[in-house]
Design a protein around this ligand. Sequence first.
Ligand code: SP5
Ligand code: ZN
Length: 379
Amino acid sequence: MRVFHSDIEQDYHPGSSFFCGRFTSYPDVPGRTRSILSALEGREGLRFHKPPPLEPHLLESVHDPGYVAMLAEVCGSLKPGEECFPFHARPLPLLLRSPYPRVRMGYYALDGSTPLMRESYPAGISSAASALAGADALLEGEPWAYALARPPGHHAGAAGFAGYCLFNNAALAAQALLPRGKVAIVDVDYHHGNGSQEIFWERDDVFYASLHCRPEEAYPYVTGEAEERGAGVGRGHNLNLPLPGGTDWAAYRPQLEKALDAVQAFDPASIVLSLGFDTLASDPIGSFALRVEDYSAMAGLIAQLDRPTLLLQEGGYDVESLGDCIAAFLAGLPQPHPAGERAAHGSGASGNGASGNGASGNSGHRAPQNEGGRGEPVS
Ligand code: SP5
Ligand code: ZN
């Protein structure tokens, strides 16, 4: 499996988030990706790539040009390390007439949780580049790819930043995958992906399904109700499964199966999995009760869809455990056959026996192949 990651984001470390009237420490820290990388390094079957530079016009496949321009301008105006919060907090069209990018910033801020920094823009761009490179890997025939994206993306709307997210990586990847056919976004982050929902609200070519903590008790508080089903031709192509705090795997699993049944019925050509590990019991922000080994079972269920799937990193803030979470997830996928031994084996998974998904005949799963795709190998 190809893993896409750009270490530019290591330079991006906001100190504070404005939440409920006070500044709190910013949970999306560079250590998150270090934890994941150190668990992945040396794992068999993974090939690490730095994503190729993103073609900026691709951002506008999902985002408003004025929004992208504001981000570039505000970030470019800041000193290294400086944090900038919006001072306007209503999306008044009047704000867009201002020559000052920091005034226009207020129009695009969905909440105060995410300061902009000089380093935000390049980090956001390289995160989106990883997502798009992962989508390209699927277009080239890979059954799986993992985009280790930071900052995350699913709270970012067409014209709005929020919840540590600047560009909607899942939406960009889904859009890039459309030439091959319909796409389903399956969002298992603890939080509702308000941005992804909004972007595809009136669309019937991208299905959005999300399991998350219910809006009555969790960010973003205003979206994620089961009644939100999409509009126009998109009606019925949005599925929210809000769950109460304390949800453990026994309660989560049947809901995930429900989401995956709906995805199966939609019959997408590809899947984008918005993969957040803030559902882990020890997550400092989330209130669910999943355990590390549950991510193996989760991966097994997702593999049963038997569609090319982009694993796209969203949230997850228990830095110490993130590496274990992704390792458990990958262990739950059907294991590729060792090169040269394909004919000798049936369809059984080799190795760890952690999968338990029984997905035989997964013809899309291939032996490791020679490089040849986009992206610069880094190890
Ligand atoms: C991508 C992603 O996971 N974004 C999450 C944004 C959540 N922002 C609100 C955080 C609320 C923190 N509340 C602290 C509760 C401590 N128990
Ligand atoms: Zn989250």
